[in-house]
Write a protein that binds this ligand. Structure first.
Ligand code: NAP
Ligand code: ZN
Length: 363
């Protein structure tokens, strides 16, 4: 067996109604708190109001400017506020976008400069972040347990990992995910699936991440179709939130591979949701990898069945034309993907021509 490390720092609190525990979970000395959230959903589903009520004895600020695929600009604005107020705890409430933004704001509260300065492995922050509590309201990214963030800088999505990004506590309350409409449920559920699949194929996979990845795929195979049929099914919501968290535990160890890198430019250029485009590209990436990874891909398809059928049953097209992509986009997409760190942990050498070919086949 190959040598490996396993590292995680996040305490997990899982259960229906668990958001109500937050008052007992605050790290000692948390008095000045900023809640980082999106513009609409946490108000519409009442979760922001619940937090405000539970934390009414604290000094509380709400930064509700986070857009999908958060930009460096927005994150830096949030950090201006948290520095000015000298906050000692950051709560990320929402989907992966809000949680990633919260992680960045927590880092910038105690470190100078803008987030762009820190989005490369060579420039480490000097000071520890203020503690982060992550409360997901989608079931897809698993960001509540990862040390990754993804930030959009100009027209490029940049992933960055640092142990300072591990939330101290993740509160997973499935009732907060009930309000997700069908499309967001599908897209985020597929994101979680791709985390497990990419993690299982990553060069950084280890025995523990393998175990979690296969379990994640099993749960999603059973429960994603059910939750899409009935979004009010709390057991199905719970299973998907659990699977999403497991997917996050996988990619904390393994990272994501070429599939995530291929999806990023289509999200930034055409606004196609992250999980949706990962789903569209999944069969093409498996096809590309199958000569090197036949055994592992067989194990995956034994659980999930024919990947294209699974996606088709969820209404997900695997043709890029259906996502506005045209042939002349391909060269700039290739440039965006080339050099991404995801390629270095993909279990097959990747050339620029390979990237171009995958996009062409998927057109
Ligand atoms: P998202 O961008 O956070 O949210 C998508 C949409 O869902 C938003 O319009 C949001 O509305 C809405 N929404 C969130 N919760 C809802 C709820 N309970 N009910 C109704 N609507 C709800 O989507 P996401 O897929 O969770 O996150 C994607 C981001 O995470 C991407 O930037 C991706 O690159 C990143 N990511 C990070 C990691 C990591 O490890 N850090 C892993 C994978 C992906 P509001 O904006 O109004 O809230
Ligand atoms: Zn993802």
């Amino acid at each position: 067996m190959k040598a490996f490390e396993y590292y995680s720092l996040t305490k997990i609190i899982f259960g229906e109604g668990s958001i109500k525990e937050i008052g007992n979970l605050l790290p000692k000395g948390s008095n000045k708190i900023i809640v980082v959230t999106g513009k609409h959903s946490s108000k519409a589903n009442g979760s922001l109001e619940i937090l405000k009520t539970l934390l009414k004895s604290k000094e509380l600020w709400v930064f509700d400017e986070i857009e999908e695929n958060p930009s460096g600009y927005t994150v830096n604005m949030g950090a201006d506020l948290s520095r000015k107020k000298k906050v000692d705890l950051v709560i990320g409430l929402g989907g992966g976008s809000a949680i990633d933004a919260a992680k960045c704001i927590a880092l910038l509260t105690t470190n100078d400069g803008v987030i762009e300065n820190y989005l490369n492995e060579n420039n480490s922050p000097i000071n520890p972040s203020v503690p982060i509590i992550a409360i997901p309201t989608t079931a897809g990214t698993g960001s509540e347990v990862t040390h990754h963030v993804v930030v959009t800088v100009g027209s490029t999505k940049k992933g960055y990992s640092n142990n300072e990004f591990f939330p101290k506590i993740a509160i997973l309350d499935p009732s907060l995910t009930i309000s997700m409409p069908r499309e967001i449920t599908v897209n985020t559920g597929i994101d979680a699936l791709t985390h497990a699949i990419e993690g299982y194929l990553s060069l950084r996979a280890n025995p523990i991440s393998d175990l979690i990845a296969l379990e994640t795929i099993k749960i999603i195979k059973e429960w994603l179709p059910k939750v899409v049929m009935n979004g009010k099914d709390i057991e199905a919501r719970s299973q998907m939130l659990y699977a999403s968290m497991l997917g996050g535990m996988v990619i904390t160890q393994t990272g994501t591979i070429i599939l995530h890198a291929l999806g990023y430019p289509i999200t930034t250029f055409y606004g196609i949701p992250h999980g949706r485009i990962n789903g569209a590209l999944l069969p093409w990436v498996l096809e590309f990898l199958k000569d090197m990874e036949r055994k592992r891909i067989n194990e995956i398809t034994q659980i999930i069945g024919e990947v294209t059928n699974f996606l088709a049953n969820l209404g997900v097209s695997i043709k890029l034309r259906d996502y506005k992509v045209i042939e002349t986009d391909i060269p700039r997409f290739v440039q965006d993907v080339w050099g991404k760190r995801n390629l270095t942990i993909t279990p097959k050498p990747v050339t620029q021509k390979d990237i171009e070919n995958i996009y062409r086949q998927a057109l």
